[in-house]
Design a binder for this molecule. Structure first.
Ligand code: MN
Length: 500
């Protein structure tokens, strides 16, 4: 599952008007092309940036923005008004635009040439007021967009654009994406369920159910060669517990895990799925709950969550696309158990089996242990400690009236203690602003126990992404207080009800 962001493009669309005469417009076009070229060659910008001929009237604007809509690998447009571009000309095009929008509020010249400035310079460098005219109409049309202010060679400006491009790539990846649900929702669970029709309408991805028997059929068709190839890969990449090695007591369980992996990967590839979910309550015909297979597929780029949760796999997948090529990863996670030491309060994150080995410090170890839930044979899983560093937890929930994306900034903490009796991967973090406030705020916001845990994304990525999706964004960070958050949730509720 290679994710290559360089196959995607954003269009640099610069507005002007015919009023200025040919000479000025030539300069506007030359500058626009130079800036697009500069952005395109910066390593910080993960996608292609394409210069588009400058737009000077209603028809040119409409033609360019609708062409962006229908260009398959165009993931969004960046606009800039070098000169004044009367914004009533933009109404028709903006109303038709279906791709994400970034408004780059920049200027060709970084500095005012104090001793040389004349009216020709003033005539050409008008973005200080031209961009305000454009911004007004976008606000009036209530179109969500990111506004980035500063000189186009400023590294901080490039970083803001980078984040938006990556969010747009995640959003693009959702359009037409397919997620497979093996079995239904874990019985009686609320937060993992939700309105899949509304999700498809708003997000562009579909979730459909497949009987576990359909998967079992593919698993049972695995050949000895395919299984042996995976067993060799396991030996090359992981440490093997003594009792799972060839000839030992649990080696057959490892063979079974490899067989599941062969079948599951085949099923996902054949159906062109970007992620999946399963449930331990529906494993008819399966010998084990898939552990090792799911872990390795997540590390390859598939979205996943357990118990029929279909929103978290989609979110994990989008985050993996946004973070492609960055240091760190994004993984399916569950808040499992607390350490309430007042001096050192920590959350232990894990799952029954399915923790993404892309999070691992060092070489993960394959172990086989009984699983007290699901009533199946003892499953193989990768056991490891998670990495530390600045991180976040993100959760996408269906509030009935609208979808909400909740993000909590956390600090990933290195696992120091030996945990000889815990047969699963484990990750530790401290929620911001502090354990008590962070957890209370999360619960008040209705955040799920399943999350996308990211060591490579900052909240800005998720905020840009939520804006593209047109959904509510709730951030819990160092500035959060429970009182302010409760008010924000009430106001937002009203906003989304009015929007309906
Ligand atoms: Mn779970």
């Amino acid at each position: 599952m290679n994710i290559n962001l360089k196959e995607l493009e954003v269009w640099f669309v610069v507005g002007s008007q015919d009023l200025y005469g040919e000479e000025t417009l030539k300069q506007v076009a030359a500058h626009a092309e130079e800036i697009a070229h500069y952005l395109n060659t910066q390593t910080l910008i993960p996608v292609m940036v394409k210069y588009k001929p400058i737009v000077k009237n209603t028809d040119e604007i409409f033609a360019t923005l609708t062409a962006a809509n229908s260009t398959a690998n165009c993931i969004g447009i960046i606009t800039w008004m070098h000169t004044f571009s009367p914004a009533k000309m933009w109404i028709r095009g903006l109303k038709a635009l279906q791709k994400p929008l970034l408004h780059l509020h920049t200027q060709y010249n970084r500095d005012i040439p104090w001793s040389g400035i004349d009216m020709d310079f003033m005539n050409l460098n008008q973005s200080a007021h031209g961009d305000r005219e454009f911004g007004h109409i976008v606000s009036r049309l209530k179109i969500g967009r990111k506004v980035v202010t500063g000189h186009w060679q400023d590294t901080e400006v490039l970083e803001r654009i980078n984040v938006w491009c990556r969010a747009a790539a995640g959003w693009h990846d959702w359009q037409g994406a397919k997620f497979a649900r093996f079995g239904d929702n874990m019985r009686y669970v609320a937060v993992t369920d939700g309105d899949k029709v509304e999700a498809e309408t708003q997000f562009g991805f579909s979730v459909n159910t497949y009987a576990i028997g359909d998967l079992v059929e593919v698993i049972n068709a695995s050949t000895a060669d395919e299984i042996n190839a995976l067993l060799a890969e396991y030996e090359a990449n992981y440490e093997l517990a003594d009792n799972v090695k060839a000839g030992a007591e649990f080696h057959n369980n490892l063979i079974e895990a490899a067989k599941i992996e062969v079948g599951l990967r085949k099923f996902l590839k054949q159906g062109n799925f970007k992620g999946f979910t399963d449930t331990f309550e529906d494993l008819h015909g399966m010998v084990q709950l898939p552990g090792l297979a799911v872990q390795r597929l997540m590390a390859e780029g598939y979205g996943f969550a357990g118990e029929g949760d279909w929103k978290t796999p989609a979110l994990v997948r989008a985050c993996k696309v946004m973070g492609a090529g960055l240091v760190g990863t994004t993984a399916f996670m569950e808040d499992y158990t607390y350490h309430f030491d007042p001096q050192d309060a920590i959350v232990l994150g894990s799952h029954m089996l399915e923790v993404d080995p892309a999070l691992a410090v060092g070489k993960p170890r394959i172990e086989v242990h009984p699983l007290g839930i699901g009533g199946k044979a003892d499953p193989a899983r990768l056991v490891f400690n998670g990495q530390s560093g600045n991180a976040l937890n993100a959760s996408l929930v269906d509030m009935g009236t609208h979808f909400r994306l909740i993000v909590n900034k956390v600090l990933g903490v290195a696992v120091q203690a030996e945990l000889p009796n815990l047969p699963v991967a484990r990750v530790l973090w401290k929620p911001l602003p502090d354990m008590k406030t962070g957890c209370s705020a999360w619960i008040l916001a209705g955040g799920a126990h399943h999350t996308a845990y990211s060591l490579c994304l900052t909240p800005e990525y998720l905020q840009d992404f939520a804006r593209m999706a047109g959904i509510e964004y709730v951030l819990i960070d160092e500035d959060t207080t429970v009182g302010k958050l409760e008010d924000q949730l009430k106001w937002n509720e009203l906003y989304y009800l009015l929007g309906k």
